[in-house]
Design a protein around this ligand. Sequence first.
Ligand SMILES: Nc1ncnc2c1ncn2[C@@H]1O[C@H](COP(=O)(O)OP(=O)(O)OP(=O)(O)O)[C@@H](O)[C@H]1O
Ligand SMILES: O=C(O)c1ccc[n+]([C@@H]2O[C@H](COP(=O)([O-])O)[C@@H](O)[C@H]2O)c1
Length: 225
Amino acid sequence: MWCVAPGKRAPDMVGRANQSLKRGGGTAKSRRVRRIGLLGGSFNPAHDGHRHISLAAIRRLGLDEVWWLVSPQNPLKPVEGMSRFEARFSSAKRVARHPRIRVTGFERDMGLQYTADTLEAIRVRHPDCRFVWLMGADNLGGFHRWERWERIAAAMPIAVFARPGYDLRALAGVAAQRFKHVRLPECRSRTLVKQKPPAWVFLAIRRHPESATRIRQVRSGRKTG
Ligand SMILES: Nc1ncnc2c1ncn2[C@@H]1O[C@H](COP(=O)(O)OP(=O)(O)OP(=O)(O)O)[C@@H](O)[C@H]1O
Ligand SMILES: O=C(O)c1ccc[n+]([C@@H]2O[C@H](COP(=O)([O-])O)[C@@H](O)[C@H]2O)c1
């Protein structure tokens, strides 16, 4: 598994993927495909809401691991107010604290910014894994503004997590409507990882109120107050 620390260049990813394919001793047939959830985020900073949806994803989707992809810069968010990558990466490492959550700088190390490109690169480098894209309901609401969003939906199944204040609008939004015919009922969420994309599920998990915006507001209030 790659997990590149900030400041270091990514090692030869294909070589690594090949190495991990060789590990374990079993025959290619006997090795089980790993099921991985990908949580892309600004993590400006990371917080317990990220951890909450990651653990829910492991449990509800039957995943082996969740990989946090710390974004160098969300193309739709202003650069102003975005902390340095290293600070956001460190906050993610501090918050993750779980053996099945990995924090990665994949996009920064590969020089990628758009999710469509990231998913393509990850799938090429990890042919031994099945992936699910994870996101909160707020991101589903604006998903149709992402670069090549329909390609993203065609690349891997998507799990959307309930978030206070966003669910109804997201489910009535452009992306949810465009793909309503391939929405799985929640009771089939464990089969999502095996579905041929496009396929998605909305998970009405216990809603977690935390947001990075709130944390930044509290911090800036402390500085000025
Ligand atoms: N409390 C939460 N409940 C559900 N999903 C969440 C929650 N917090 C973050 N997410 C999801 O995690 C991913 C990364 O989120 P991000 O790092 O942007 O945090 P954020 O709290 O949404 O940040 P900001 O307030 O700066 O927009 C996104 O898909 C987002 O929807
Ligand atoms: O590719 C895009 O056009 C795009 C537009 C908006 C957001 N994203 C990705 O969505 C993920 C969540 O972003 P954020 O800032 O809400 O945490 C993160 O991986 C971003 O790179 C991607």
